[in-house]
Design a binder for this molecule. Structure first.
Ligand code: SAM
Length: 340
């Protein structure tokens, strides 16, 4: 007798008709760096019992995959400082094997890549994003408050040697790295990596004034035209970046412009924190607690209903503004909590 085909599960469609197919999961709020625009120097991290266990994270991700998530990004905090993180990747690998999940990716600061690159590749990760804001050793230490640039660059090499495609993510910071983009283009493209520039977003309290850091990418792009020929290309990776090809290098530059050009109309993403809070928008306070329904029963019926309810109130978009009159962050939580 032929086997009955599985009952199709309803896809997650939000009130604006957008299909949610991309989940970002923050597996820890801790990080071994303290990037000045991301965290304050003396962060209070969550007590460990608050965190979802790795088994709970697997169950959570699997529930979303059952609802049509095709792309899963593991982030943080720094995901590679979460103890036994590889066991989560091993578990999630079954969804890659079954074909339910198309891509398992990771965003990392690169500090642990020398140690983990080979395992990541073995476990089915094909692409990773490495955050790198400068190629200057001293500046790197200042931005991260104590990071070691050489270690990150060695990690990037290890990742490429293991066969991982590496993309560099650089936050555009006024008076900090704005003189470096030409060098970063040469470094990234010279090593076969795409480079994505990101506008700094008003997320969480930090020591400095964000107005001093904010550099619109429209300005950066206009300045690049003095040295490079940029051609708009339709290339997309499922995220919010718009890409150009640099004629002189043949490489790609992505621009993520949450402030100068809001890209919410095509948003296909939601984010889960390491405590199981679902944020339907990076730039809004509304969230749904999924830890309670997850822990309330062994089957996923309650969890599944809570996810559907939350997707039903995914907002149209965010409304970031960075200006001196309005010095408060758009949302109180840091990027390290929601997951970048
Ligand atoms: N630790 C990992 C890393 O460094 O990539 C993953 C988490 S980190 C929060 C993810 C990304 O968010 C990094 O590229 C970081 O530069 C970026 N980020 C953090 N705070 C930001 C902010 N306020 N505005 C824009 N990007 C931010």
């Amino acid at each position: 007798m032929p086997l009955a085909s599985p009952i199709p599960r309803p896809a997650m469609i939000d009130p604006f008709g957008r299909h949610v197919s991309y989940l970002r999961v923050s597996v820890t709020d801790r990080c071994d760096f303290r990037c000045v625009y991301c965290m304050s120097e003396h962060m209070t991290f969550l007590p460990k019992p608050e965190l979802l266990s790795l088994e709970e994270l697997d169950r959570m991700c699997s529930a979303f995959i059952a609802k049509g998530v095709k792309k899963l990004r593991i982030t943080g905090g720094e995901p590679l400082v979460r103890k036994n993180i590889l066991s989560l990747l091993v578990a999630l690998g079954r969804h890659l094997k079954s074909g339910a999940l198309e891509e398992l990716t990771l965003t990392t600061n690169g500090s642990q890549l020398e140690k983990y690159a080979v395992d990541l590749a073995r476990l089915g990760v094909k692409r990773i994003n490495v955050s790198l804001d400068t190629l200057d050793i001293d500046k790197f230490r200042k931005i991260t408050r104590w990071g070691d640039l050489a270690k990150v660059q060695a990690g990037i090499k290890a990742a490429q040697a293991a066969g991982l495609h590496v993309k560099l993510n650089t936050v555009a910071l006024k008076n900090v790295n704005e003189d470096e983009y030409d060098d970063m283009i040469r470094y990234a493209h010279g090593a076969g990596m795409d480079l994505t520039l990101i506008e700094t977003m008003p997320l969480g309290e930090i020591e400095g004034d964000r107005t001093d850091q904010y550099l619109p990418l429209s300005v950066v792009r206009a300045r690049m035209l003095d040295h490079w020929t940029l051609e708009d290309i339709p290339y997309r990776t499922g995220g919010p970046a718009r890409y150009v090809r640099v004629k002189e290098t043949g490489g790609r530059i992505g621009f993520i412009t949450p402030l100068t050009h809001n890209f919410c109309e095509s948003c296909n993403r939601v984010r889960i924190t390491c405590t199981g809070q679902l944020y339907m928008c990076l730039g809004q306070e509304d969230m749904a607690d999924l830890r309670a329904p997850l822990r309330a029963s062994k089957d996923d019926a309650l969890l599944s209903a809570a996810i559907d309810e939350a997707i039903g109130r995914k907002p149209k978009g965010h409304d970031f503004v960075i200006e001196r009159r309005n010095a408060k962050p758009a949302v109180a939580r840091h990027m390290s909590v929601t997951g970048g």
